[in-house]
Design a protein around this ligand. Sequence first.
Ligand SMILES: Cc1cc2nc3c(=O)[nH]c(=O)nc-3n(C[C@H](O)[C@H](O)[C@H](O)COP(=O)(O)OP(=O)(O)OC[C@H]3O[C@@H](n4cnc5c(N)ncnc54)[C@H](O)[C@@H]3O)c2cc1C
Length: 315
Amino acid sequence: MIGNVAGIRPYRRGSVRIEAQRLHDRTLIHNYGHGGAGITLSPGSALEVLDLLQAIQPGVQHVAVLGCGVNGLTVATRLVEMGVRVQVFAEDFPPDTTSDVAGGQFAPSLVAHGRDDAERELFQRSVQRSFEHYATLVGRGFGVFPRLNYTTEQSGSALRQVPVRDDGPVQAFEQLPIEGVQSSGYGFSTFLIEPPTYLARLRADLLTQGVEFRHARFDRVEDLRDLTADALINCLGLGAGDLFGDEQVVPIRGQLVHLEAQDLPYLLSHSGYLFSRSDVLVLGGTVERGVRDAVASPQRCDQLLQRHRRFFDSQ
Ligand SMILES: Cc1cc2nc3c(=O)[nH]c(=O)nc-3n(C[C@H](O)[C@H](O)[C@H](O)COP(=O)(O)OP(=O)(O)OC[C@H]3O[C@@H](n4cnc5c(N)ncnc54)[C@H](O)[C@@H]3O)c2cc1C
């Protein structure tokens, strides 16, 4: 066994928060609360942020991005493409953020879908735009791979949100085509996004393009006053809830077991999920609401391992 990892999903009740406000005479756009789907939704969320920024402050020249997880890096990338000067401020940088803990499947799971029509539409648009964006990164050194996700009948509600790709509709199987598995289920075309490769590549590209990365810790909203940018984008994940007193933000701990990588060209979802990246094979599927301690519990990870064993033993 290679090891266990744990991280805290920055879940937000109701919806991901993509919203603008005025702060210290500047535009501040919030972009946080992606729960268990930050890798999945970050490209679409970044486009929503840019749409808002261009509507409120067209021609903005200098933006401070707060946070250097997948959302901060993705927003920074889109801003640089627009020719904006970007500074990224964060306490932790890859490989030490929650985004680095993520398994890396494209699946909008453990994230709120919105409370009203406008929020639900925004969510669906973000899923769609993200999916289309990841399709453009395949084969270009970003660690993004097209994959089939096989899911049993009982699992996969989040997978049913994955848009259908041109090259393969959702397939139903009387028996999933995996050795040793008898269960019926579905196959969805989706993506595997390997966080170690993806986050490192985003950051390296930004460094090449002259983006400044600055270490900073914001304990009070007042701490943001000294930043000199014309606009701020809040991609602080769980930290955004603390800084802005957002009581809708709820930590949800997740733990993963990392085993040795195998040559598995698919993802599998049953009562847990498993897939292999090029560095490790990932077993996941734990959900601990309200827990903020990002330390893996050997007992909990052993239970996760047993859950996966029971699935194969029951076949
Ligand atoms: C076990 C597990 C598995 C997961 N698997 C998947 C998956 O397969 N697919 C998927 O799409 N998602 C997955 N996720 C969810 C995903 O990891 C998160 O949604 C995502 O990391 C959120 O990204 P973020 O950029 O918003 O926040 P983060 O990655 O947490 O980044 C936040 C940034 O803000 C900084 N920051 C925070 N507070 C402050 C402060 N006060 N001052 C200064 N800086 C601060 C941090 O240092 C960091 O740089 C998983 C999560 C877990 C825990």
